[in-house]
Design a protein around this ligand. Sequence first.
Ligand SMILES: [Zn+2]
Length: 185
Amino acid sequence: MVGDLPGIGWYACAIVVRTLVLNASNEPLSVVAARRAIVLLYRERADLDARSNRVWHAESASFAVPSVVRLRRYVPVPYKRSIPISRRAIFLRDDHRCQYCGRRAENIDHVIPKVQGGEHIWENVVASCQRCNSRKGGRTPLQAGLTLIRTPVRPGRFDWVYVAAGGYADGTWQPFIGSQLTVHS
Ligand SMILES: [Zn+2]
């Protein structure tokens, strides 16, 4: 895809950084490999909004890697993107910490256990360590004498960006996302 871009091929090999793509309306649209964002800029489909602090040096020029680009034409989005409940997404939301004791999480726990009618929804799932998970068993936190560090919530409207980026997010993304997830940059 980048083969026809003079001088870009060298970068394409090196760039593994992710770029946030904004719709023309300023809303996050997708997360792409930086090399794809460079192609969008080069073909004048998008404008640069923010650079990351990563710079690549080629023989004749230095090159700031784009961290946010904005499409020139609005792309209609037919549905609101939501985050499916997955282990990875729950761990991201809960910062990989057990929501009962704060230790490193290893399991997913249903706060109200399924055997007691608990649902598999964002508000009822938390990351937990093996110890708390075993101790709790099929009981509620109250029954097991455990307390949640914080109330589990549904991720924010644009938090899918972090999940799509594998937990990585450049600081320059923050104004466009307004996230409650922890940013790892
Ligand atoms: Zn624990």
